[in-house]
Design a protein around this ligand. Structure first.
Ligand SMILES: Cc1ncc(C[n+]2csc(CCOP(=O)(O)OP(=O)(O)O)c2C)c(N)n1
Ligand SMILES: [Mg+2]
Length: 580
């Protein structure tokens, strides 16, 4: 076999690690790598228009498959454009390997054209960031980068000068020492003992779930059943726990609804399961609290704990379940389920009045129709902004649907790029990007990528001619909204000009038909829904002293709005309550 170059070996290693594509924009120092991909049938080069899109797309791919995904940028500005998407990937624990190609190695440190220092720049958004300055570092640096990304779940960055990429790699076999299965983390015996004691001592136990309950639905339900516990969730726990859940009391947090807040404050033992829920204002101060997390550095950083348990949620609950006594009284649970229904029914009418005639279209109406029309196994990607609110309230989870957003990093413009990455995994799956007009226009150029690859992504654009979320923040702060409104744009016309199908929707009566038409169309579609910028009302009892911007107050009722099909779910849980 002819000797491989460093670039060829890089690509070969990625292919062996299961990577199927690399997102990026080609150029100068990156050319040897892209050329190696052209000659390697295991990998596809996905040519986007903006490197930030490459990073978001790779991140979505990694989050949906759980496997390593890859992106790349050329030297200087090319890889610098990756950075925001990489921050998002890293903070979402998405295993992404980014390649930052670099200026010629002999020029480093001279202020050369396009010179930056990627190995330093990406330090903060990665587990591992190293430069390959000599072929002898191959293949171990790449192998180590892959192992960091996969094993510790997050980003690794390899910086590679173009001239080094073209050099011959050392011969010798390349083995990836990757384990194919994730280990479980079983807490120490002492911690399980103490947890069982605390549970047995308590009369009213509430479970509060974050993303860490993924894969542990059955165990959480079993524990809730045994302890007669209400189960609340944070935004990122929603898709994993709210479905098939007769103990559901809703979501806590800024976008929260239902009785999660009450259940957390009125219990005598709160168990936080796999959540790094950041808003301390929503957590009780005088309730015994236990936190279970597989990442020890998260334990106790949001609220003071009576017990910290270092373990996987599933493994911990499996250990705990046989150790605790079943509770017989449902009084607390039933009271919370009733509060939950009451809270939801209190807001259910918030948007529904006259909504089928209301022009401009009420965004909540769009979201509720979207929930009904979208496929059972759709993937929704959700822009930061009001789309987050609509997704949290109106998308009904069922264990098959997925919802991706920029839920930790909170970046705008994530939805369409994430949809691009999601669709490439499976062209037959329905992928819906819930985009804001501000977010969409930020990385709009990659609409052209959807067209170029004929990716049937459905973009549902909430076109309110404003940075709606910020409008609201300013109002809450008592500031006159400034810098938040845009002149109106016909995005459907832009989509059509780009070669996608553009569907313009100005009247509520057209919403359902437009979504059906979009879902039936085999190519990319942008449904441009002209929505009401003043859709949300702030409850009158909220004052600016209670809320500062997006950071929260003790009051959790922030946004007035409907809650879609959740109210039916909650009512049916009430019906399950056995009569005395
Ligand atoms: C990259 C980035 N810039 C700015 C912000 C601050 N920000 C958060 S939401 C938002 C407005 C989003 O507007 P749009 O996409 O139109 O959605 P809407 O809220 O109107 O539905 C802004 C400016 C951010 N989160 N990310
Ligand atoms: Mg907007």
């Amino acid at each position: 076999m002819a000797k491989q170059t460093v670039a060829e070996q890089y690509v070969d290693l990625l292919a062996r690690a299961g990577v199927r594509r690399m997102f990026g924009v080609v150029g100068d120092s990156l050319n040897p790598v892209v050329d190696a991909i052209r000659r390697n049938s295991a990998l596809e080069w996905v040519q986007v228009r903006h490197e930030e899109v490459a990073a978001f797309a790779a991140s979505a791919e990694a989050q949906l498959t759980g496997r390593l995904a890859a992106c790349a940028g050329s030297c200087g500005p090319g890889n610098l454009h990756l950075i925001n998407g990489l921050f998002d990937a890293h903070r979402s624990m998405a295993p992404v390997l980014a390649l930052a190609s670099h200026i010629p190695s002999g020029q480093i440190g001279t202020g050369y054209f396009q010179e930056t220092h990627p190995d330093r720049l990406f330090e903060e958004c990665s587990h591992y960031s190293e430069m390959i300055s000599t072929p002898e570092q191959m293949p171990r640096v790449v192998q180590t980068a892959i192992q960091h990304a996969v094993g510790r779940r997050g980003v690794s960055v390899v910086t590679l000068p173009g001239d080094v990429a073209s050099l011959a790699a050392p011969e010798g076999s390349v083995e990836l020492a990757m384990a194919s299965e994730r280990p479980t983390i079983r807490p120490g015996d002492g911690e399980i003992d103490r947890l069982a004691e605390l549970v047995d001592e308590a009369d009213k136990v509430t479970l509060f779930c974050g993303r860490g309950v993924a894969g542990a639905h059955a165990e959480v339900m079993e524990l809730a059943d045994k302890l007669k516990s209400p189960v609340g969730h944070a935004l990122r726990g929603k898709e994993h726990i709210q479905y098939d859940n007769p103990y559901d009391v809703g979501m806590s947090g800024l976008l929260g609804y239902g009785a999660a807040y009450e259940a957390m404050h009125e219990c005598d033992l709160l168990i936080l399961l796999g959540t790094d829920f950041p808003y301390t204002e929503f957590l009780p101060r005088d309730v015994r609290t236990v936190q279970v997390d597989m990442q020890p550095e998260r334990l106790g950083r949001r609220t003071s704990l009576d017990l910290a348990v270092w373990g996987d949620v599933r493994e911990t609950l499996r250990c705990l379940l046989p150790r605790v006594r079943a509770k017989s009284s449902r009084a607390f649970l039933d009271r919370m389920l009733k509060k939950h229904v009451d809270a939801l029914e209190g807001v259910v009418g918030a948007y529904t009045r006259n909504v089928e005639k209301h022009v401009p279209i009420h965004p909540e109406y769009v979201a509720s129709v979207l929930d009904e029309e979208a496929a059972e196994d759709a993937v929704f990607t959700v822009d930061t902004g009001m789309s987050n609110v609509w997704a949290a309230r109106y998308l009904t989870p069922n264990g098959k649907r997925r919802v991706l957003g920029s839920f930790v990093h909170g970046s705008m413009a994530n939805a369409m790029p994430q949809a691009l990455g999601a669709q490439l995994i499976d062209r037959k799956r329905q992928i819906v990007s819930m985009s804001g007009d501000g977010g969409f226009s930020m990385l709009m150029g990659d609409l052209l990528t959807l067209v170029q690859y004929d990716l049937p992504v459905k973009i549902v654009l909430f076109n309110n001619s404003s940075l709606g979320m910020v409008d609201l923040e300013m109002m809450v702060d008592g500031l006159p909204p400034h810098g938040t409104r845009y002149p109106h744009t016909d995005f459907a016309a832009i989509a059509t000009a780009a070669g996608a199908r553009g569907i313009r929707v100005e009247k509520p009566g057209q919403v359902r038909g437009a979504l059906r038409e979009a879902f039936a169309h085999p190519g990319p579609v942008l449904v441009d829904v002209v929505t009401d910028p003043d859709a949300l009302s702030i409850p009158p009892k909220i004052t600016s002293a209670q809320i500062s911007g997006f950071a929260l107050s003790a009051s959790r009722m922030v946004l007035n709005g409907g809650v879609g099909r959740m109210v039916q779910m909650a009512r049916s849980n009430l019906r399950n309550i056995p009569r005395p």
